[in-house]
Design a protein. Structure first.
Length: 122
């Protein structure tokens, strides 16, 4: 009986894991396949990557019952989600939209009062 060979590939970091699951989900969507953790893991393994199993489970739960095509094309039917996505911008875009500095308002000068500081600043 043959023993299963231990997977010695390093586990991908968070960004790579998220990207791998995203691309795997897109592949399954384009192939009209159900998006589940096992199929995501199979595609990721075929891509010679290794992610924590939690990532495939998170993606499965996040996409369960969702129409991926609607999510991709912005037809999610959820106004708050669509609005949040539309208003989310990168830091560079936020800087470009930074408000102009407020115009300086001149105050009427008030006479200064003499305050006795006990010779502290004499």
């Amino acid at each position: 009986m043959a023993r299963a060979q231990k997977d010695t590939r390093p586990i991908a970091d968070q960004n790579t894991s998220e990207a791998a699951c995203t691309y795997a989900a897109l592949i399954l969507y384009e192939d009209n396949q159900e998006i589940n953790a096992a199929k995501l893991a199979q595609i990721i393994k075929a891509a010679n990557l290794r992610v924590e199993p939690i990532w495939t489970k998170v993606f499965e739960k996040a996409l369960k019952g969702k129409k991926v095509g609607d999510l991709l094309h912005g037809n999610s039917g959820s106004a708050p989600a669509a609005q949040a996505a539309a208003t989310t911008t990168t830091p560079a875009a936020q800087q470009a939209k930074a408000p102009e500095p407020a115009k300086e308002v001149k105050k009427a000068e008030e006479p200064e009062e003499d305050v006795d500081m006990g010779g502290l600043f004499d």
